[in-house]
Design a protein around this ligand. Sequence first.
Ligand SMILES: [Fe+2]
Length: 229
Amino acid sequence: MTAPTHIAHIKSLLHHAFGESKEKAGGAAFREIHSIHVATIVEELLSTMSEVSTEEHEEVVYAALLHDYAKRHRIGEDGYLRGSHAEEELFGFSSHEILSAHEAQQILTPLIGELRAHRVAEIITSHSDPKTTTAEVLHDADELAEMGLMNFWKMATYSAIKDRSLPATILYWFEEDRQRHLLKSEALFLDASKNYATASIEMLDMVFKQISREIGLTNENADINLPRS
Ligand SMILES: [Fe+2]
C-alpha cells in the first residue's frame, strides 16, 4: 500500500477517536483538526529541507498525525478532553507522548513494517526534547500549530465559553499571549519555523489591530485604547 492510503487510514482513526470530542479552546473535533494541521505544517517545513529523505519525510508525517493519539483516553463523559496524565499512568506510561508512540507503533507495524514503525514511535517519543532533525520538525510543527490563525480560533472559542469580551480578548493577545508566542518562537529549532512563527505573530497583530479599528478601539495615534476591566 502507498503512503496516501496509509494516511487516509490514519485520518479515519483520528476521526473515530476525536470526531465526537471537544476542547474549550478549539471546539468540537479539535484534536482531529490539530493532528491534521501539524501534519500540514510538517509538509510545509520539509518542503524547505533537502536533508530529509523521502522515507523520513513520510515517517514524520505519520508521527505528526499520531503524536496526540493517546489523548483520546482523556475524553471525559462530558466529551471534553482533560489535561490530566492519569489515563497514561493507568496504562502504565509516563506521558501521552510515550503512550501515543506505543499506539502508533501498533497501528503502523502492519502497514510499514516494524523498523519504520519504530522510527515513527521514536520521533513521537522525543519530539518534546528532540535530538534528531525529524523530531525537531515535529516539535516545531506542533508549536507552530498553536500560533497564527489557529490561535485566533482557539482564543475566540475559549473567550466564548468563558464569557470574555472581544476587547478583553484583544487585550489578552497584546499583553499576555503575544509575549508567550515570542518566547515560544525563540525556542524553535529550525530557521524555517522561526520565519513561520514571525509571520504568524505579525498576522495576529494585523487581525487584532484591524478588529480594534472596526470596533472603535483605536485612537488618532493608531494606539489601541483597550478597556482595563
Ligand atoms: Fe500536539
